[in-house]
Design a protein around this ligand. Structure first.
Ligand code: ADP
Ligand code: MG
Length: 644
């Protein structure tokens, strides 16, 4: 028995999104058509992909198309496709609930924007895949009727966008989805979306590249065949020689712009095509249009986006390019054509010699695919190397953290990727610096490339670990991306210069002097180590400190403080990571403590001060101390005696 009509409430978040869309996109309302057509086109893509392994799905209804039907009197507009359709449950999940990650992320971004009082732009909305709801900008009621490929029953969903929707089972003659809009009355200066030329213009502008025909019935003047004309005695026609007929017309050119000659494609066309395939409304930063002939034959049109999508770092982020074979769509999100560190690249690859029966699983081992991938990577390196500094910096702001993954995942290209990597440094004043520039600036007595990892640039910049290095005018790379921890494990040198942590191992500055200090403080440090034996594995004179009294370090192969933090926040159980406590033996405080120790080894202050030194070191690297109240009390006592 069919499921009866039910009325349901939109989730609160969906209502909020709806309101925002309607209000903020009102001046851009034409885009509703593009969004609905793009959904129709996606639905056909999905079906054609699924049908590669299940040909029965398509049956007789084998001419893919999107149909627009308009009625100027009833003021309705329909957009129908014969794509994959949706089941009852899919309608429930996809339309009207927050199940889609985009809606939740969208609201989060909105709230962040509100705090900054930044305006909401269509570009912003476009990033979040809330396209379907844009129908409510122009419609007072939206009805969706859909039948999933291979299913008998259909589902009808209906809403006026006012908080509730209805859902019920129904019947539908053919597979696919029809969206029916009951349009609002247009104001004086508003376009009439049932008007033929309004529709033609919008499709031409926003949906010309859609790969399936968008058809609409239009009125045309046609000559009346002579056999049907009434002629006078002299054989001349009486009355009209033409008549008005209604014919289907395809409104989009469907031209595969990647297949055209570069010279014949305008910048605007490249941009429109980008919007079409990426669903990103920001213009792309750059595009790459290549055609390769010979044994590895392919055409590619790839884009570098100008903004990172909100879900770039989420595991469910869909990456990859569209794969075509002689202009026939094969699959979306083809990951195999580009490595993970280029997952932000959007575009199309058309490989005419591709084996059409190839499955996603085998694609990875396909020789042709492997060759294309290798070639595309090379072309993308060239593109990035050719960018103007300003563009490259912008690109790096958005995608640097992803690109760097290649340094440890693609050993064959490690050097090229290290050349492309940028870091902020102690002297770059917030600007990106390349390793090449760093090496060029190194003073003659500096032998190594120093870096420090951590999550906050400010904490790093002021870290006690850097005091000696700063005094020697040695520049230090400030690495604040979690991936940097993996980068430095794999990239051990650049241009013959070893990379060295400013936090771990010996700094090898003034080695003789440290030896001497070690002797002098041996007994006291032994005592401190014993007091702190649960926290530290060693106490030693620091080669890093100048003004501060204490810091934590590790042996060259120990886990850094930042790495431990990353692992903990990822919920990993860590083996106890005991650090090295480094103390500044030139600091007057240590001299005084040494004197106390020399006078009376059982002085109660010695233990307190040992703990205090450790806590100061933890705070210095932006860490959390274990017993803040004890720390506070000690400081209070110290202040008191200092003020007396
Ligand atoms: P997006 O297209 O970015 O996923 P939309 O809001 O445009 O977001 O659409 C939401 C979802 O509804 C789509 O992901 C798809 O699953 C479903 N959907 C929308 N329109 C159609 C359609 N014409 N045919 C099949 N499914 C559709
Ligand atoms: Mg969409």
């Amino acid at each position: 028995m069919a499921r009866a009509k039910e009325t349901r409430q939109f989730q609160t978040e969906v209502q909020q999104v709806l309101k925002l869309i309607i209000n903020s996109l009102y001046s851009n309302r034409d885009i509703f058509m593009r969004e609905l057509i793009s959904n129709a086109s996606d639905a056909i893509d999905k079906l054609s992909f699924k049908a590669q392994t299940d040909t029965d799905l398509i049956g007789d209804d084998n001419e893919f198309k999107i149909r627009i039907t308009r009625d100027g009197i009833k003021r309705t507009l329909e957009i129908a496709d014969n794509g994959i359709g949706m089941t009852y449950d899919e309608v429930n999940d996809n339309i009207g609930t927050i199940a889609k990650s985009g809606t939740a992320a969208f609201l989060e971004a909105m709230q962040a924007l509100n705090q900054k009082e930044a305006p909401l732009t269509p570009e912003l909305i476009g990033q979040f895949g809330v396209g379907f709801y844009s129908a409510f900008i122009v419609a007072e009621k939206v009805t969706l009727i859909t039948r999933a490929a291979g299913e008998e029953t259909a589902t009808q969903w209906e809403s006026s966008g006012d908080g509730a929707y209805t859902i019920e089972e129904t019947t539908k003659a053919d597979r696919g989805t029809t969206i029916r809009l009951e349009l609002r009355k247009p104001d004086k200066d508003e376009p009439d979306y049932t008007d033929e030329w309004t529709i033609r213009n919008i499709i031409k502008k926003h949906s010309d590249f859609v790969a399936y025909p968008i058809v609409m019935e239009v009125e045309k003047q046609e000559p009346i065949p002579e056999s049907e004309q009434v002629l006078d005695s002299e054989g001349k026609p009486i009355g009209e020689t033409t008549r008005t007929v209604v014919r289907d017309e395809t409104l989009n050119s469907m031209k595969a712009i990647w297949a055209r000659d570069k010279k014949e494609v305008s910048e605007d066309e490249y941009k429109e095509f980008y919007t079409h395939i990426s669903h990103d409304w920001n213009p792309p930063l750059k595009h790459l249009h290549v055609k390769l002939e010979g044994t590895t034959e392919y055409t590619a049109l790839l884009y570098l986006p100008s903004k990172a999508p909100f879900d770039l770092f989420q595991p469910e982020f869909k990456h990859g390019v569209q794969l075509y074979c002689r202009r026939v769509f094969i699959m979306d999100d083809c990951k195999e054509l580009l490595p993970e560190y280029f997952s932000f690249v959007k575009g199309v690859v058309d490989a005419p010699d591709l084996n059409l029966n190839i499955s996603r699983e085998i694609l990875q081992q396909d020789r042709l695919v492997l060759n294309i991938r290798k070639n595309l990577v090379k072309k993308l390196f060239d593109l990035l190397n050719g960018l103007e500094k300003e563009d490259y910096d912008k690109f790096y702001d958005e995608f640097g953290a992803i690109l760097k993954i290649g340094i440890y995942t693609d050993p064959a290209n490690q050097t090229k990727l290290a050349d492309l990597a940028r870091f902020k440094t102690t002297t770059s004043d917030g600007a990106w610096a390349s390793l090449k520039a760093y090496v060029e600036r190194m003073p003659a007595d500096q032998k190594e490339i120093y870096y420090l990892t951590g999550d906050s640039p400010t904490t790093l910049l002021n870290s006690p670990h850097l005091e000696q290095l700063k005094a020697k005018s040695f520049e230090v790379l400030l690495m604040t991306d979690p991936v940097d921890e993996w980068v430095v494990q794999s990239l051990t040198e650049y241009d013959g210069k070893p990379l060295k942590s400013a936090e771990k191992g010996d700094l090898d500055i003034d080695a003789d002097e440290t030896k001497d200090q070690e002797e002098q403080f041996k007994d006291l440090f032994g005592f401190i180590r014993k007091t702190l034996q649960d926290q530290v594995k060693e106490v030693k004179p620091s080669t890093r400190l100048l003004d501060s009294v204490a810091c934590l370090s590790g042996d060259a192969h120990d886990m850094s403080g930042y790495m431990a933090k990353i692992m903990q926040s990822a919920g990993k159980d860590l083996p106890p990571n005991k650090r090295v406590l480094e103390l500044n033996t030139k600091h007057p405080v240590l001299d005084k403590i040494k004197q106390i120790y020399a006078t009376d080894q059982s002085d109660a202050r010695l233990e307190d001060y040992s703990r205090l030194l450790y806590d100061l070191a933890v705070i210095g690297e932006g860490g959390k101390i274990e017993n803040p109240s004890q720390f506070g009390k000690l400081i209070g006592d110290l202040m008191n005696s200092a003020l007396n």
